[in-house]
Design a protein around this ligand. Structure first.
Ligand SMILES: [Zn+2]
Length: 486
């Protein structure tokens, strides 16, 4: 392709609050009967006055801080005027020139190393109601009307689909780590708007046109839309034409877009300050207090794991996937000093443990294995008290019974055989039963290796294979042909 992507994103995220943005209606509307979470304010009845939700505004400022934004300590709400059946006031309360957050950045890991995506602004607005089209009728449900939304707008800094995906995932992690939203895309709590154009590789100016695709409900659909639009726009450009500047919509989840309307400019909305809500003022101290509540964010955690524990990027990324996952891991390494044990804990956690949870469709929060129990198991393995195959067996049993590793080691008789004498007896038996091995070793010095398996079998898998190997070598060493096996 001779063209490169020029993509900016707008992301709407439903803030996690008890009540709606400007009234006291319950904000948890999902799956509620239509029009049961409504009042004169969110129905836009004449004379009803909006009262801003302080918690929602604080969430917006926390998110802005987490995205490295400057904060407008003097801010206000504005009316964005347009008509739509599910917008009963014929305007949406949003923010225009003084968003709570502006000029931020998010670090992403790109193919060519680290990259920064500039955040234009983070503002607060209210959601609209929902139009349900059935047959030739349209029904309106206002449960969603007035639910607080956080809107994050990026600069057109994306050049690769992969970067868009990384950013979208990281943003979802950030909002859930902060607790400002559950960002459950299946419930429409995080929605994407794509601003996209193409330009010839080597060009540095922004293209003369921009196509907007609204209401993209998942990261996988976002990827499909980008793929579809790339091909469509490229086809037009290759004919020497310019794609129309417009808003395009989706009919289904295939990613195929269709023309909806010419794109609106900001002045089409006749923004003006919301007269019913006084300006919102925050002091420096209040912002500092909010900053102190952010906690360790996903990227900071990842950096720390890589620096302190030497984890590679992929391993660290798996552990930080969710805050709960990271906290579980951190609990499991409490008091552990040896780097090897920490590394093993991480491997067992994202490896065998996660696989067993997945296979048994168990959530981490419901698992009968606690972080302390996994630590005990990995420590026993480290001490040589059990072997790796035994540890796997014990872990599976722990998940079913919730019993401790020590209890299960005894109960299942899985304590490793470390008594050299006992292992040596078995090694001698195996050698006696396989006299041909010495002959074979003349051709292939490693021919004895199959005896390790034989000995392990006799020992019930409870010995350390390296120890068995060493003893076999030693035994063979006192016999003829010994040098050849070293
Ligand atoms: Zn209401």
């Amino acid at each position: 392709m001779n063209y490169e992507l020029v993509i900016g994103l707008e992301i709407h995220i439903q803030a996690k609050t008890k009540s709606k943005m400007f009234c006291r209606c319950d904000a948890k509307y999902f799956s509620a009967a239509p029009n049961t979470h409504v009042c004169p304010v969110c129905l836009g009845l004449p004379g009803a006055l909006p009262v801003p939700n302080k918690k929602a505004i604080e969430q917006c400022i926390r998110l802005s801080l987490a995205l490295g934004c400057e904060i407008n300590k003097f801010s206000k709400f504005d009316r964005k005027n347009y008509f739509y059946p599910d917008l009963p006031k014929a305007y949406q309360i949003s923010q225009f020139d003084l968003p709570f957050g502006y000029k931020g950045k998010v670090r992403i890991e790109s193919q060519d190393g680290e990259k920064e995506i500039a955040i234009t602004r983070v503002h607060m607005e209210e959601d609209t109601g929902k139009s349900i089209h059935s047959g030739n009728k349209t029904l309106l449900d206002f449960n969603k009307s007035g639910v607080p939304l956080l809107e994050v707008v990026t600069e057109p800094d994306f050049r690769e689909v992969k970067d868009v995906v990384f950013f979208a995932k990281r943003l979802k992690q950030i909002v859930t780590y902060l607790g400002v939203s559950d960002a459950d895309m299946e419930k429409g709590q995080m929605r994407f708007e794509l601003n996209m154009s193409l330009r010839k590789i080597g060009e540095t100016q922004l293209p003369k046109y921009k196509v907007e695709v609204k209401n993209i409900g998942s990261i996988s659909v976002l990827e499909k839309v980008i793929a579809y639009e790339t091909e469509r726009q490229q086809g037009i450009l290759e004919k020497g034409e310019t794609p129309v500047q417009e808003t395009r919509g989706l009919r289904d989840l295939s990613g195929i877009t269709h023309s909806q309307r010419a794109k609106e400019e900001a002045n089409d909305y006749r923004y003006f300050p919301e007269p019913d809500i006084p300006p919102i003022v925050f002091s420096e101290e209040e912002v500092t207090l909010l900053r102190a509540t952010l906690g360790e964010l996903p990227q900071e955690k990842k950096n720390r794991y890589q620096k302190d524990y030497g984890f590679d990027s992929a391993l660290a990324e798996k552990i930080i996937a969710t805050k709960q996952k990271a906290e579980w891991f951190e609990q499991s390494i409490v008091g552990v000093q040896e780097p090897q044990v920490i590394a093993n804990l991480a491997k067992w956690y994202v490896g065998d443990f996660m696989a067993l949870l997945k296979a048994s469709k168990t959530r981490l929060s419901q698992a009968k294995v606690t972080p302390e129990m996994l630590r005990e198991l990995v420590q026993r393995l480290h001490e040589g008290k059990i072997t790796a195959p035994s540890a796997k067996q014990i872990l599976a049993e722990m998940l079913v019974s919730g019993k401790s590793p020590d209890a299960l080691i005894t109960e299942l008789g899985l304590e490793a055989v470390s008594d050299e004498g006992a292992i040596l007896d078995v090694v001698k038996q195996v050698l006696a039963a396989n006299p041909k091995v010495l002959e074979d070793m003349k051709k292939n010095p490693n021919a004895y290796k199959f005896l390790i398996g034989q000995a392990m079998k006799q020992l019930g898998g409870k010995a350390n294979p390296q120890q068995v190997d060493a003893l076999l070598v030693k035994e063979l060493g006192v016999t003829e042909g010994a040098e050849s096996i070293q």
